[in-house]
Design a protein around this ligand. Structure first.
Ligand SMILES: [Zn+2]
Length: 331
């Protein structure tokens, strides 16, 4: 490009009016791209507030249905379900129980709101007594998170969600080979048309803090750095995404979002796959906290943040603010 520059070039010409600015707007946020995460727990009429995430609740299935219906009426096309079981064990039995919480919630949502896309988070941590995403082997040198034996349980979990009627399954565990294991099991059972949205580049991030309270899934010992990625690594994130695509992922996700805009951009540019950004709990909570103090404009900051994810390359945005955003975009 060889531009003559000022005074021939005056970029401000195109910023003179709202209509002109809209005309040349490069990136838009669309309600159709939003996914609302929801937490389901047992019981009836339960709406348990999550202290660190104002406006977010653990919901019993009946309340979950209300919340999903409200968001759907505002135009939010999809929800992402997490289960919070009453009992946990060393095999994460609740994750793949035929009548598990998520499985029940999926059936209810698909029966009452058939148009709503129901995505299920596939992981074991909420169902494990130790809070890790895989089976644990304890030895003299400490505990290890086992990879290959965990794959079978993840595949079983995903299959149980598909059997309940989930539209998409979303493995978040970061075990090696889990997308292949899940794809193989889904295909074996006839769910060849159920897409996989893989948490492909999932970093071991401090931005997940408030979620641990929400999902009651904090590890009882150690941390998740032996399976989630080091936030310092971008080339490795691209290798993770490449692997998930080879294994059969239909949509690839980057998590967290705002701290990983460079990763989002590289993933979208390099692979051209449908790409999701997960605006995680602390991204939501920090905005809420600052807004509650009157320090920032919640709506403007939220919309600008999500727009930045779109600009970086995200096609799909998973956000706890999805219902608010849908309302704002309609106003
Ligand atoms: Zn997990």
């Amino acid at each position: 490009m060889n531009l003559p520059g000022f005074p021939v070039q005056r970029p401000r010409r195109l910023r003179q009016s709202a209509a002109l600015r809209q005309l040349v707007c490069e990136t838009r946020l669309d309600i159709a791209q939003l996914v609302l995460p929801l937490f389901v727990r047992g019981g009836r009429k339960v709406r348990r507030p999550i202290g660190a995430m104002p406006g977010v609740f653990q919901l019993s299935p009946d309340e979950l249905l209300h919340e999903a219906a409200r968001a759907h009426a505002l135009g939010v096309p999809a929800v992402l379900l997490f289960g919070i079981p009453d009992r946990k064990d060393a095999k994460a039995s609740g994750a793949y129980a035929v009548n598990g919480l998520v499985q029940q919630a999926v059936r209810l949502l698909k029966r009452e709101l058939p148009e709503l896309l129901v995505i299920t988070d596939v992981c074991l941590c909420e169902y494990m007594e130790h809070g890790h995403c895989g089976l644990v082997q304890r030895g003299k040198s400490g505990a290890r998170i086992l990879n290959d034996p965990t794959l079978k349980l993840l595949a079983r979990t995903a299959a149980s969600h598909a059997e309940a009627g989930a539209d998409l399954v979303a493995p978040s565990d970061m075990m090696d080979g889990r997308v292949r294991a899940i794809r193989t099991e889904l295909d074996r059972l006839g769910f060849t048309e159920t897409p996989i949205m893989a948490y492909a580049a999932k970093f071991a991030s401090a931005f997940y803090g408030p979620f641990r309270e929400a999902a009651e899934s904090a590890p009882k010992f150690g941390d998740r750095r032996s399976y989630q990625m080091d936030p310092a690594n971008a080339a490795e994130a691209l290798r993770e995404v490449a692997l998930d695509i080879q294994e059969g992922a239909d949509i690839v996700m980057v998590k967290p979002a705002l701290a990983c805009l460079d990763i989002l951009h590289r993933v979208k540019t390099q692979f051209g796959y449908p790409t999701a950004a997960y605006a995680v709990s602390a991204e939501y909570s920090m905005v809420k906290a600052a807004a509650m103090n009157g320090w920032i404009d919640e709506r403007a900051v939220t919309l600008e943040s999500l727009l930045a994810m779109r600009r970086a390359g995200a096609d799909i945005i998973i956000t706890y603010a999805a219902a608010d955003v849908a309302r704002w975009l309609k106003e």
